[in-house]
Design a protein around this ligand. Structure first.
Ligand code: ADP
Ligand code: MG
Length: 826
């Protein structure tokens, strides 16, 4: 076992930090048998010795080797949860946190009161909890409440290879917390678990761990997997290709053994579409039955939900439970494949050469992040006798969940990712090639029980061009929310934070600039030399407003709106708008392509009707100027009045899950705002009455203060030299025009000044969440972005705004645009 522990360092004082106890666990014999087959069991001693002797340990092992389910049990048996501290495990995905807590409870024959989970909005943690699975975002919020994490004796960071933003930050924070705890005589252990051997960002990182932690490698009993590449150049229609390949495998493979097939696609809509085609091609009575009973069950559940969901009480606010340890930002992390429309897009074009063949039943199951847990659990059960299991999955099946009995993998080679333009903040969802590491992970799923086959729907040349590993997420997204959270933890110099992979200095500067503009951080002193100012820009201290903003579980721009929202009785509306902007994709995507002609005409009709509906929600006159945010407000209100039913949502083009989430978030935000300023309790009625004209004006101003850097101005007719600028808007950060989407409430109005929630690049650069702004508000409400007085030459740096009463110009350094604004009395 000596050679398995790479990097082992002799720790100076070998005081055993834990008593040598053994807490017996009463497992069922069949569970015990299955456990003994897991490779990680062979390493129990090595792991536990390393944990005893080192504050931090890294464990690498193939997916399915038993890390997630077994390591917490080792620690439990060794007494790490027998004192006051408990064992905490973080997962980047909600799916994994819930499903693994259930599995471990079952394996240990313990109740879910003891082996529990906590994810955003829900959990079953009790005061008996000894092992707690949670999403990484939940633990980050707990660190904000108790930096030393005194409740825990061990923290396990699972799936570290995924390099999710919160995982990275947690490792950075824990690299400081663990020594602090040990110094204070309250020993704590950190385990980092990864499915790949590429852990040098954690181990060979002087900033992170002065003494490199030992790396324990778990040898997986992996059977050889034969890789079959496509000969042809990769097709665009990979779902169709996946369909044909799956059919072929199912026909050719030995029907007697019924080994399972696992197909990797990129998103929920694709998964459902392929499931439908496969079920049609290989009908199986149970498939249909399961579907109907499933639909019935869902319906019943939805009905129950309507009455059992908490209602925010208009009169008795204090009686509601306060959300503890809740957090928001796990949304979007690892759940990316679920973004976008998940509306049923009907059947695919009927060019399926496959005739329905009931003699070869295929048991087809979907698997993706937001699938209901009971549905997910199905993939772990053996398929009905005489059928072959076929799981159609997004990349959740890549490393977080191991499906038993898979011999064939079909890999489309792609992954859906959100991309941000670092400078402009423009984001877009793109299906891109995955990395070699992730393609190999996918292939590995085929060799768990016997030699397997992986069919890659792309050529070996294309594979050769894949990047070796996926980039750490933190390098690919804006970081203003993280910077604010860190400042709230009193980490002033975020540049010096021990990130496993640091975001670019550029991204960090942009984040501090935005936070200064929002008033969350103190402006750096204006004196001193340029170099000193540069340095100061990266260590601005947090303001009281910033602390309040950090306590709201939403992005800083929206947190600013909440902080101002109490004025003019606008808070309930601000909360609703912020919740609707935070929960992504609340509206059905009207831009989606139709599958065939028949569907196309239906879709055109629906598009017209839903657009009309949105115009109705936007109202007229004063309220219309709040634009798309008024539409959101109208949709939320209307949905609540209708009782928030799946039927209402479906009919009106709203995503039901999103609407339910908005309701929860509204409750949570109300609590958060009240916690900051408890003496003025705010009540939120889910059924809001529409805001008055006066309130709409206030709302527009509040929105402007949050989205100030997202101000855009319509290009005046006389300035249009290039036809591409027709109806175009100029933003502060981009040279190219951006547009109001045809489905936007303000598409016909085209106000001169607007703010937008975000820019999404689809067929064009479109602004989403557009709201109109009056020109004279800009110098009054956004003085930090304005230069007062005659234009300067050369312009001052952005943070050197000077007050005045004369004409007002946009500073041409920060925003590079010299918009002439009306003169204001300051
Ligand atoms: P790792 O974390 O190393 O990827 P896991 O601990 O997740 O491995 O999985 C170990 C084994 O437990 C796998 O063989 C997997 O199939 C099995 N397993 C995990 N969850 C369940 C479940 N809910 N039902 C049945 N088996 C499960
Ligand atoms: Mg795991």
């Amino acid at each position: 076992s000596e050679k398995k522990v790479l990097n082992q360092q002799k720790v100076q004082d070998k005081k055993p930090s834990q008593p040598a106890v053994f807490i017996p666990v009463d497992r069922l014999p069949e569970i015990q048998d299955a456990r003994l087959k897991l490779p990680v069991l062979a390493e129990e001693q090595v792991i536990m010795e390393a944990v005893r002797e080192n504050p931090c340990v890294v464990i690498c092992g193939e997916t399915g080797s038993g890390k997630t389910t077994q390591v917490p049990q080792f620690l439990y048996e060794a007494g790490y949860a027998s004192g006051s501290g408990i064992i905490g495990i973080t997962e980047p995905r909600r799916v994994a946190a819930v499903s693994m807590s259930h599995r471990v409870a079952k394996e240990m024959n313990l109740s879910t009161r003891v082996v529990s989970y906590q994810i955003r909005y829900e959990g079953n943690v009790t005061n008996e909890t000894k092992i707690k699975f949670m999403t990484d975002g939940v633990l980050l919020k707990e660190i904000q409440k108790d930096f030393l994490l005194q409740r825990y004796s061990v923290i396990i960071i699972d799936e570290a290879h995924e390099r999710s933003v919160y995982t990275d930050i947690l490792i950075g924070l824990l690299s400081r917390i663990v020594p602090l705890r040990n110094k204070k005589g309250m020993p704590m252990k950190l385990l980092v678990m990864s499915a790949t051997l590429r852990v040098e960002d954690f181990t060979d990182n002087q900033k992170l761990f002065r003494i490199p932690p030992p790396v324990i490698k778990v040898d997986a009993r992996q059977f050889p997997v034969t890789i079959h590449f496509n000969k042809r150049t990769p097709l665009e229609d990979y779902t169709g290709e996946a369909f044909h390949k799956t059919c072929k495998i199912h026909r050719m493979a030995n029907p007697a053994t019924h080994r399972g097939i696992l197909v990797f696609l990129t998103g929920q809509a694709e998964v459902h579409s392929l499931c439908r085609r496969l079920r049609k091609a290989f009908p199986f009575r149970k498939n249909e039955e399961a579907d109907t009973s499933e639909a019935m069950r869902k319906f019943k559940k939805a009905k129950q939900k309507k009455t059992s969901l908490p209602r925010i009480d208009l009169d008795n606010y204090s009686a509601l439970p306060v959300d503890e340890g809740d957090e928001d930002r796990e949304a979007g992390i690892g759940d990316e494949e679920d973004e976008g429309s998940d509306v049923d897009i009907g059947d695919d074009p009927s060019n399926e050469e496959e005739k329905a063949d009931p003699s070869l039943p295929l048991y087809v199951l979907p698997l993706y992040s937001l699938l209901a847990p009971e549905q997910q659990a199905k993939v772990f059960r053996p398929p009905p006798p005489g059928t072959r299991l076929c799981v159609v999955a997004t990349n959740v099946a890549e490393t977080s969940l191991t499906i038993p009995g898979i011999k064939y993998v079909v890999d489309c080679g792609r992954v859906k990712k959100r991309f941000y333009d670092r400078v402009t903040g423009v984001s877009s969802f793109k299906v891109t090639w995955t990395s070699q590491a992730s393609a190999n992970q996918r292939a590995g799923r085929a060799g768990r029980t016997e030699p397997g086959h992986c069919y890659r729907l792309y050529s070996s040349a294309v594979f050769g061009d894949f990047s070796l590993f996926s980039e750490a997420e933190i390098t690919r997204r804006p970081v203003e929310d993280l910077v604010l959270q860190m400042k709230d933890l009193n980490i002033e110099k975020v540049v010096n934070f021990p990130f496993p992979t640091s975001p670019s200095a550029e991204a960090l500067v942009a984040a501090e600039q935005l936070l200064v503009s929002l008033g969350a951080l103190k402006e750096p002193p204006r004196t001193g030399r340029v170099k000193e100012m540069e340095r100061a820009r990266l260590s601005c201290p947090i303001t009281p407003l910033g602390r309040a903003m950090a306590s709201f579980p939403v992005a800083p721009r929206y947190a600013k709106m909440l902080a101002l929202g109490r004025q003019q009785d606008c808070l309930p509306y601000v909360i609703a708008v912020v919740a609707a902007m935070t929960v992504r994709e609340i509206f059905e995507d009207l831009d989606r392509p139709a599958g065939n002609e028949d569907e196309s005409s239906k879709l055109t009709q629906r598009r017209a009707r839903l657009t009309q509906m949105r115009r109705l929600w936007a109202g007229q006159g004063a309220s219309l100027l709040l634009g798309d945010l008024m539409v959101m407000l109208g949709a939320v209100g209307a949905c609540e009045f209708a009782g928030c039913t799946p039927k209402f949502c479906e009919e009106n083009g709203l995503r039901y899950k999103a609407m339910v989430e908005i309701r929860r978030l509204r409750g949570q935000l109300t609590n958060a705002v009240n916690a900051v300023c408890p003496e003025v309790g705010v009540f939120v009625d889910p059924k809001m009455t529409p805001p008055t004209e006066h309130q709409v004006v206030c709302l527009r101003q509040i929105v402007l203060t949050g989205l100030g850097d997202h101000l855009a101005r319509r290009v005046q007719a006389e300035d249009i030299l290039d036809p591409k600028w027709k109806n175009g808007y100029k933003t502060a950060l981009m040279d190219d025009p951006v547009f109001i989407h045809p489905t936007s409430a303000l598409f016909k109005t085209l106000p001169e000044f607007i703010v937008y929630q975000e820019i999404m690049e689809t067929t064009k650069m479109y602004m989403r969440g557009v709201s109109a702004v009056e020109a004279e508000w800009v110098p009054q409400l956004l003085p930090q972005y304005c230069h007062f007085g005659p234009p300067l030459d050369p312009p001052l740096p952005w943070f050197c705004s000077t007050a005045g009463t004369v004409r007002c110009h946009r500073s041409s350094t920060f925003f590079r645009v010299g918009w002439q604004l009306p003169a204001v009395e300051m």
